[in-house]
Write a protein that binds this ligand. Structure first.
Ligand SMILES: [Mn+2]
Length: 267
């Protein structure tokens, strides 16, 4: 890098908190927030991270395309955090669980961001719900509940053990992910989800599955960087040395992001 080179600036889409605890003092307001592990993970890779506020108010899209396009033009990559279930209407399904926590406003905003960052040739990385959203963007569908659908043998989330729950991962031999990890084909990953990919999106390739067959990583092959992982690499830190290291994945993502930062300062 030249001495003028800028570190990549990575956009993180927010989680939305609509029922704010009274003690926080935001009566009737919606909060947009980051879970700090994901920002720490991005910034551990010699990048800076910013949150991209949702520009959709309530359920009315407000100039989403223009704003999302400008974020995509100015930032060097996009990371989608985990969070609430994706509303089934996004993939042509009917909600099977009225009690499910969904937020279609966030769904629409993140789909728009994904579309614009991919169109701009900027790398995108989806974590958990973010992987599922990449799948939906490319026309795929989801199991609304893995166990209920018979798509998993074991639960992929254990209440109260979120960060410490893990399962086996089978990485496709010879695939992009396995190559990234020096040929590794078996690992352990943190798992916190009850939904998962059903129909794989058009043009996406499966890079890894859980021990019981659930799709845990997808990637769009070819130029660019469109990758989603069902596990939480941001929680795979020094506390859990037995889990798949998270830095090769971030390094690969930021390697792509740096290609868009190789321009003079003051752009
Ligand atoms: Mn899992």
């Amino acid at each position: 890098m030249t001495e003028n080179a800028l570190r990549p600036m990575i956009g993180l889409s927010p989680r939305l908190l609509r029922q704010v605890p009274a003690e926080l003092g935001f009566r009737g307001k919606t909060l947009q927030y980051l879970e700090q592990s994901v920002a720490s993970w991005v910034m551990s890779g010699d990048a800076i991270a910013v949150m991209i506020p949702s520009v959709i108010r309530d359920t009315t899209p407000t100039d989403t395309t223009g704003s999302a396009r400008e974020f995509a033009a100015r930032l060097d990559g996009l990371v989608l955090q985990g969070g609430a279930d994706i509303h089934p209407s996004c993939y042509g399904g009917q909600p099977m669980h009225a009690e499910s926590v969904t937020d279609v406003v966030r769904d629409l905003f993140e789909l728009e961001l994904l579309r614009e960052f991919i169109a701009a040739g900027k790398p995108v990385l989806g974590i958990c719900r973010g992987m599922q959203l990449i799948n939906v963007l490319f026309g795929g569908s989801l199991h609304q509940d893995l166990l209920e659908a018979g798509a998993a043998r074991d639960a992929h989330v254990i209440a109260g053990a979120e960060e410490t729950y893990r399962h086996g991962l089978s990485i496709v031999p010879g695939g992009w992910l396995s190559t990234l990890y020096g040929g590794v084909v078996a690992a352990q990953v943190n798992s916190i989800h009850h939904q998962g990919i059903d129909k794989v999106g058009d043009g996406l390739e499966i890079e890894a599955r859980s021990h019981d067959g659930v799709i845990e990583a997808v990637r769009r092959p070819g130029a660019g960087f469109v990758v989603g992982v069902q596990w939480h690499p941001e929680f795979h830190d020094h506390r859990f040395p037995d889990l798949l290291p998270s830095s090769p994945l971030m390094d690969a993502f930021l390697g792509q992001a740096r290609q868009s930062t190789n321009r003079p300062a003051g752009r």
